[in-house]
Design a protein around this ligand. Structure first.
Ligand code: MN
Length: 129
């Protein structure tokens, strides 16, 4: 299934790799560099899924996830947090903020696209893993 995926990530190299891997599978990838830009694009473009970097300047990913999940029009979009924090409890913090899933950086090109696709059909409120 071809999906429209919104990638909110401030690091150009990380954006490039994720976009490349997802486009290779036929998905459409929209890019935002900041939380506020991502929120604006989510409202404008109705993506099928949002990949959300947690370490963002200004408004961090937890705040972005919370904002998405408190918006009646946006809360049904699955949100997958992508974070390099090797911190105990960070996964829980992302899920608490409303993310449906969590992928650790550095992303593994072998498994990343299939992992993302697994979240496309996840019923909201039921984490896939
Ligand atoms: Mn970042």
């Amino acid at each position: 299934m071809k999906a429209k995926i919104l990638l909110i990530e401030d690091n150009p190299q990380n954006r490039y790799l994720a976009k490349f891997l997802l486009e290779q599978r036929g998905h459409e990838v929209l890019e935002a560099e900041t939380g506020p830009q991502g929120l604006e694009m989510a409202a404008e473009c109705s993506p099928d899924l949002i990949l959300l970097d947690i370490q963002l300047p200004g408004m961090d990913g937890h705040a972005v996830a919370r904002t998405l999940k408190s918006d009646s029009q946006l809360k049904s979009i699955p949100v997958v947090a992508v974070t390099s924090y090797a911190m105990v409890g960070d996964r829980e913090k992302c899920l608490e903020a409303g993310a449906e899933g969590y992928i650790e950086k550095p992303i593994d090109p072998e498994t990343f696209p299939a992992t993302v696709e697994g979240y496309l059909n996840t019923p909201i409120g039921e984490p896939a893993s």
